[in-house]
Design a protein around this ligand. Structure first.
Ligand code: S3P
Length: 449
């Protein structure tokens, strides 16, 4: 697993993004593809799988529970499903690395197994809140031990039975919703989850693709335990959360004109497009189609003059992972951008409000962190060797992949080089980022050690 502090980026200022790119496969969908394929009956063939550390943590966990998995090889994976009751006890704790999705979804999927299992994670994951899943799972009858602070390691103890639950989520979280639905596969009766705002619906869609019946009535999604999943063929779209770095990069860099191929444009994920368009972004969706039960398009993005906006609160869950790079767009826009209603950013891989505010300050941007968001005054970007750099002439990504990539993109409009430390975890979601960015026109020198 990637260690903090071992990779630094030095990004040359300026440049233009041009050409055609395909970013790696969707992380959320990659996790779910392995989970559902493992507990399905028969073989599932997956293409477009994300070979990043997070999705590989999920894949390795199932291998350790006795599932035969070939690959990944160029994004191709073949899983021999063992059925709902076919998983075996692993020979020790399962390491989820940096991946909140692995830990929260697996706590639900494994809560109803007949063997004990312990889920552990790296330093960042071990600080993240887990009660949001362990408490409703306990209401279903699960027994899951946490630290006193409600964090990992999670100790799952087998129970006689789980029972269905009708749960109103206090936070709009696809991880919580998915965890409960996956536990619901093993529960007696019906499990329903009501979301306070729409969140990504990949679990529901994929369950349907595996032949499992999922019912939705407005904000409520329900399934009945004890059914079966049937192995199938899945094609995973390119990840809009990875495409987001290039959507913002091309929008802010004069002369840019870029096409991003085969990107997932599920309505629950397109907040970044909606927000950039509201800021004046020039984004066109071309050749819309469906792949693996998900809507996909090629996205053309050209440079545009962006203006600051008040980000609509209903877009926040739809752009939750893209908000750091949208802060970079805001820093390059004319006028003020205000984000509120995004307190969840404080409990991601880092405190993304504080860490982004600190990095923006180093670039001389006036950014005021709010308890649940940020106020950013757009203008020009300095550089980490400039007067705001202070004692440390770099931006600290705090081991957060999306922070590292966001500031790499900021260099397109910086007045001098941008240095970023603690970037190794870019591998968790976007292996090959430095090389792919170079083909589009961004010059990043990565140093390890
Ligand atoms: C994810 C859901 C979101 C998102 C995360 C992936 C998922 O988390 O931030 O990167 O795959 O379900 P929350 O459920 O905490 O909002």
């Amino acid at each position: 697993m990637a260690q903090p502090s071992d990779t630094r980026y030095l990004v040359a200022p300026g440049g233009t993004l041009r050409g055609r790119l395909r970013v790696p496969g969707d992380k959320s969908i990659s996790h779910r593809s392995i989970m559902l394929a493992a507990i399905a009956e028969g073989e599932t063939r997956i293409s477009g799988f994300l070979e990043g550390a997070d999705a590989l943590a999920t894949l390795n966990a199932f291998r350790r529970m006795g599932v035969r998995i070939e690959g990944p090889d160029g994004g191709e994976v073949r899983v021999q499903g063992v059925g709902l009751r076919g998983l075996r006890a692993p020979d020790g704790p399962l390491d989820m690395g940096n991946s909140g999705t692995s830990m929260r979804l697996l706590s639900g999927l494994l809560a109803g197994q007949s063997f004990p299992v312990t889920l552990v994670g790296d330093a960042s994951l071990s600080k993240r809140p887990m009660r949001r899943v362990t408490e409703p799972l306990a209401q279903m009858g699960a027994r899951i031990g946490t630290t006193e602070g409600g964090t990992a390691p999670l100790d799952l103890v087998p129970v006689e039975r789980l029972t269905g639950l009708d749960y109103l989520m206090p936070v709009a979280s696809a991880q919580v919703k998915s965890s409960l639905l996956l536990a619901g596969l093993y529960a007696e009766g019906e499990t329903c989850v009501t979301e306070p705002a729409p969140t990504r619906d990949h679990t529901e869609r994929m369950l349907t693709t595996f032949g499992y019946s999922v019912r939705r009535h407005a904000a409520k999604v329900c399934l009945t335990g004890g059914g079966r999943l049937t192995g199938c063929r899945l094609t995973i779209p390119a990840d809009i959360s990875s495409a987001a770095f290039f959507l913002v990069g091309a929008s802010i860099a004069p002369g840019s004109d870029l096409i991003l191929e085969g990107v997932g444009i599920n309505q629950t994920r397109v907040g970044v497009i909606n927000i950039l368009r509201a800021m004046g972004g020039d984004i066109e969706l071309m050749d819309r189609r469906t792949a693996g039960g998900e809507p996909v398009a090629d996205i053309r993005v050209r440079h545009a003059r962006l203006r600051g906006i008040r980000i609509p609160v209903d877009q926040v869950p739809l752009a939750i992972d893209e908000l750091p790079v949208l802060f970079i767009a805001a820093a390059c826009a004319e006028g003020e951008t205000i984000l509120t209603g995004a307190e969840e950013l404080r409990v991601k891989e880092s405190d993304r409000i504080q860490v982004m505010a600190d990095g923006l300050a180093k670039l001389g941007v006036c950014a005021e962190p709010l308890p649940d968001g940020m106020r950013i005054f757009g203008g020009s970007l300095g550089s980490t060797s400039g007067p705001d750099a202070g004692d440390a002439p770099w931006i600290d990504a705090h081991g957060d992949h999306r922070i590292a990539m966001s500031f790499a993109i900021a260099a397109l409009r910086a007045s001098g080089p941008v240095a970023i430390r603690d970037c190794a975890n870019v591998e968790t979601s976007f292996p090959g980022f430095v090389e792919l960015a170079a083909t589009a026109g961004l010059s990043i020198q990565a140093t390890r050690g």
